[in-house]
Design a protein around this ligand. Sequence first.
Ligand code: PHE
Length: 330
Amino acid sequence: MIKWYEAIESAQNVKELEELRISVFGKKGVLAEQFAKMKSASNEEKGAIAKELNIHKAKLAQLLNETKEVLATKELEVAMKAEGIDVSLFSTKGTCGALHPVMETMDKIVEYFNSMNFAVHTGPMIEDDFHNFEALNLPKYHPARDMQDTFYFKDEMLLRTHTSPVQIRTMLDTKPPIRMIAPGAVFRRDYDLTHTPMFHQVEGLLVDVDGKVSFANLKYILEDFLKYMFGEVEVRFRPSFFPFTEPSAEVDISCIFCKGKGCRVCSKTGWLEVLGCGIVDPNVFKAVGYEDVSGYAFGLGVERFAMLIHHIGDLRSLFEGDVRLLEQFR
Ligand code: PHE
């Protein structure tokens, strides 16, 4: 029996150990063989032999288990070393990262307005009622303040629902003239195919001290901008309403998918709405203490632009972080 103890102790790997286990404990193994021999022994001897064999059986089983644990751990360590990934190694696969389509679109928008001498301004995402609503001529009863749309904290603090408060902050901080854009995240309680609770806008504001900033100025720059973003499209201005601009307009481009013939994306109208704009309302200038100035403002949703440019059907897919979508923009 002693030789089996030695054999188990000197096993080199789990496989060898398993072979030994079969040789000892298997149906035709050593123990079975010894127990069988017992039959021919006398009755007095049987008890003693059985006792001795059972002791061996228990000891061998324990030794097998202990040895197996040691060998298995050693083998796992070797395997981990061999299969481990060396992140410092040079990769032959050309998998570089890329900008998220929303950021890429934002960059392109910012690039255009930078080239037109608009400076980039930013403001806080946690805003107060004054900057987000009050100063923008959104009176207390205005529906845009509804709990349905706005995420409120206590004490009239909220997550900004648009980038327009940056207009107010910039005007309070600086003297006119102003040519600014404000790109950034905004928040609304909304969630469906074309709405997510967080999205991005780019705001624009131009304020001048002499002469009159006219709607024609606004029309010119937005037409030029939209052609820069979408290529040869037709642009139309539709009368609309925003509390902070008067007159206000919504701007459409001819549908880039059906070229204005009417399709599913443009709901058969041939037009796609892409931004809101207008001449700054005198009440806004009053709120920031500006006198004898005129200006225009506009605001657009970056995700909407990205979806149109990249033919993305579900806005929510932009925020799922699925690499199978993202790697298409590399
Ligand atoms: N703030 C408006 C919105 O979020 C967009 C806008 C900005 C409209 C500036 C006119 C002027 O819908």
